[in-house]
Design a protein around this ligand. Sequence first.
Ligand code: ZN
Length: 247
Amino acid sequence: MRYNSLMGLDQAPTQEGFKPWRVEIPSATDKKLFASIDLKNPSKRVGEELPASVYIEDEGRNVLLDFGTLLNPPVSFIVDYDHQYNYELRTVMVSSSIKSPRELLIVLHEMGHIKVYDEDTDLKTQVEQFPFGTPVPPGLPDPVLTMERRVWAQAIQWAREMKKTSGVDLFKLFQNNDELMGWLRMAGLRTYESRGVVEGTGTFTKDAQVEAFLRAAKDSLGDEVKSGIDILRKSETETGKKMLPDF
Ligand SMILES: [Zn+2]
């Protein structure tokens, strides 16, 4: 099955067009560590897509952690245009144009979707019943927001465990906890929180951190943040409600 044709995209990224990604990432030990996304040793091939591996290795190219094995049964990765997940295929799509190591947290987030669905089929059913963009019945906590919060909590938990087991310190990609919180809202949660804001049933969380983060990073906002800003700007126009601080 071609996932891209399901998504209305004609073409998957090709092997020729894909450049393996490898960057040094902060280490909690004296070992130099690198994160890689490439087409080597994939756990399994999914349809006709480009199978990929996401892993951490040391300077001697010894693999210390294969992201796919954080889940049991493991997930497969394929290269795609954006970070996404497909529960039925037990597959995470990783962007062929990854730019920042912070996006590893987004890869962990997409994997978190699969783990949360593994553990909570009731939530999966509710999300399918009330997908983002449809009204949620009064009194029911927004299932999409519940899921997204749990998925981020899972991603952070994996990041903590990785720091202990392989020394990878993804938290050092941020200056402090406030910057992490601001980034995390803008790369993910704030868009989902906006449904509650529009319907008057919820508010934005960590607003001060979001404002400080946006001001400080103004000229160097990553793509993962910019797409959230675009969605919220559009929502401001459509609803007349303020979705973003001035920055
Ligand atoms: Zn998500």
